[in-house]
Design a protein around this ligand. Structure first.
Ligand code: HEC
Ligand code: HEC
Length: 318
């Protein structure tokens, strides 16, 4: 008697769950593909990679597989696609100037390298979306073509060397440097810090060097880099690229120096970092008011899971 009623309860429950599952299927999210208005301008081999790995979320050409259409997973998928399109839409990005499209791709490559994109939850079920090492190389090569683009200019070189002497070497006449509009003071001592990494960028032709202070280096040695401890400070300097008579790329005129100073409490309103930038050889503070930091936090936001820091220490420093 008892076991019969138990069986009935179980059957009822199973039927109820099944009905719920079917009901779920009836409440499907509406995932529409708006028209492709301005597709990314890029060579076919670059687009092929992005189409395979990113377009399902970051374009108006979403093609769902059958198992993406089963609720409740389909609700997650739809929400990911809407989020993704809002941040980066390869079907509409073509309306931006070419340099800005490339800048967006540069950020995209960073995200791939960090393993943040495609979303790991997605590659688990869609292994074909994984970006291979070779494909990553194709993307990087497109963004950083090896050929130099600037002609040698002896006068500019001499001027830049003089500037370099002035800015880098101890003993140069000290400049009085105004603090940034958010109150962050200039830190002249960064030139003695350790070099964390160097990068060069295709879009504005600068060479960059990223320095870390003692707190940063200690955090790296102790693997305490996410979050970075208070007191961690990074400096990023940029010089214009210059091609010498041998065709080698070297640093030209000084462009700017930027800082990120970690203090979770003091700089809570800017993600725990004090951002500041000084431009030109006369180190003019950047930004007309403290709101200039929106630019910084906006572009560093994709790295929120990495405490907003882009750079990884060079091999051997970890
Ligand atoms: C399963 C869907 C999905 C796929 C596939 C995917 N993304 Fe994303 N992507 C997202 C979502 C969702 C966000 C927004 C995340 C957030 O706000 O934290 C995002 C954010 C980004 C951002 C950050 C934009 C910003 O301003 O914060 C970049 C860059 C990016 N994706 C690049 C890529 C690239 C490149 C690929 C392919 C290699 C890719 N994504 C594949 C879902 C996806
Ligand atoms: C267009 C996007 C963008 C904007 C805007 C931006 N950054 Fe960055 N920042 C980067 C990237 C990318 C890196 C990684 C190094 C590289 O490739 O040059 C970086 C690196 C840095 C670093 C070295 C530490 C790290 O995260 O790797 C500092 C310091 C820094 N930025 C400061 C600033 C400040 C200050 C501002 C605002 C005045 C700012 N950034 C605005 C993209 C941006």
């Amino acid at each position: 008697m008892e076991s019969r009623s138990n069986t009935r309860i179980i059957l009822w429950l199973a039927a109820a769950l099944f009905a719920l599952f079917i009901a779920f299927q009836l409440v499907q999210p509406r995932l529409v593909n708006p028209p492709v208005t301005a597709e990314l301008a890029a060579p076919p081999e670059v687009k092929r990679i992005l189409k395979t790995s990113c377009y399902n979320c970051h374009s108006n050409e979403t093609q769902l597989l059958w198992y993406d259409r089963i609720a409740p997973a389909s609700w997650l998928v739809a929400s990911d696609v809407y989020q993704a399109r809002k941040h980066l839409n390869f079907s509409e990005i073509g309306k931006l100037p070419a340099a800005q499209q490339k800048a967006a791709l540069y950020e995209a490559v960073n995200m791939i390298q960090l393993g943040a994109m495609p979303l790991p939850s997605y590659t688990m079920l869609h292994p074909q979306a994984h970006v291979s090492f070779g494909d990553l190389a194709v993307l990087k090569n497109y963004l950083n073509p090896p050929a130099p683009t600037l002609a040698p200019d002896e006068a500019a070189k001499t001027a830049a060397d003089a500037q370099y002497e002035h800015l880098i070497h101890a003993g140069a006449a000290p400049l009085t440097v105004e603090p940034a509009p958010n109150g962050v003071p200039y830190i002249p001592g960064y030139k003695d810090w350790k070099v964390l990494s160097t990068t060069n960028r295709f879009d504005n032709k600068t060479l960059r060097v990223i320095f870390g202070n003692d707190v940063a280096m200690k955090a790296i040695a102790e693997h305490h880099t996410n979050p970075w401890p208070d007191g961690t400070t990074f400096a990023k300097t940029a010089w214009f690229q210059q091609i010498d008579a041998n065709g080698d790329t070297k640093t030209g005129a000084f462009f700017q120096v930027e800082f990120m100073i970690k203090d979770a409490h003091k700089y809570a309103s800017t993600e725990g970092w004090g951002f500041a930038r000084w431009r030109g050889a006369d180190l003019k503070p950047y930004g007309k008011d403290a709101a200039f930091t929106n630019e910084c936090t906006g572009c560093h936001a994709p790295l929120r899971h990495n405490d907003y820091v882009y750079s990884f220490p060079l091999e051997g420093q970890q």
